[in-house]
Write a protein that binds this ligand. Sequence first.
Ligand SMILES: Cc1ncc(COP(=O)(O)O)c(C=O)c1O
Length: 378
Amino acid sequence: MSPADHLAPVFAQYPMEVVDAEGVWLHTRDGRRVLDLYGGHAVAALGYKHAGWMRALSRQAEACSFQSNAVPMDVRVRAATRLAHFAGGHFDSIFFVNSGAEANENALRMAFKMTRRSKVVAIEGAFHGRTAAAGAVTWGADKKWYEFPRAPFDIGWIPRRDIDAIARQVDADTAAVIVEPVQGVGGAFDMGRDFLDALRARCHDTGSVLIFDEVQIGVGRSGQPFAAQYYNVIPDMITTAKALGNGFPCGALLMSPRVTAALKLEGLGTTFGGGPMACAVIEAVIEAIENENLLENVRRVSKYLRDTCTVGPVTGHQGAGFLHGLICSRPAKDIQRALLDRNILVGTSGDPHVVRLLPPYTLQKEHVDLLREALENL
Ligand SMILES: Cc1ncc(COP(=O)(O)O)c(C=O)c1O
């Protein structure tokens, strides 16, 4: 039977309809004001109606809404330069794309090109996207939604934080290791510096390429520009998206000089990636994070969240910065429902007992107090 609204019936729907939003607040059709601690799956980094972001988007729309990557545009150079500097100078070229999955797909392509090997190693619990390559290294996708008849390459899995398993899986056939430094869908699960360090060392020894998937944790969510800086472990490539555009669809692949050296003309391609409107908002997002001290705010308010919110059903915390997991004694889905009844939107995750928080970086302590009061009364 056709759905009445003609939307493909693939998404479960929250019991609210958003008609407007401002800062960290959503306004619903039935007149509610809902505190958004989920940010549209980690996208709304600056919150809603951010003046600089809106100005950048509308100015670029008025100036020139689109030209392909074959046409030089200053805004594209400015966005790439700003992002490269923001990432700490370890990555000398940026390839702009449209989504997280596309960033990962291209990162894996580069690793195969560089090594001419046949295997990718990923981490149990990982989520890397829904395209053929990204989905193949997403934990459990083959049983749930992968649907392609086979994976495009060999795959090895390492249990989370299992340092001993690294040497067994990452070998001379391994083109790449792909890892979320803090897993998002996996439950705001922080891999820890020792594990990431061990991956870095093993990739170095075997000549494999290390990819950090920072689609969810990147662009400031950890309280540092990227989790690579948070852990001080520098991969060969970073993939990112979500917060990068604050709602305008875009993604990026950040490449170290070793990867850049393997690029050749027409080796990568895209129509919309690197479009001027996307580049204008990327520049605006980084400018806002830097000028409004948002990294410092993420660090301060996420610490407050940890320090004050072990109440009600919450028994502990995991994750980093504003990719925050509330470990709960009751099913996360029940807590999500009960909080939404109290006008607070939170997320769940692959871990049935972890409530996932992905708030805008502008969140203040007073908003955390509202969450704490609601949790105390659950
Ligand atoms: C860590 C991670 N990688 C990749 C993706 C896929 O991104 P997209 O949905 O933009 O393709 C996601 C999306 O949730 C993600 O969390």
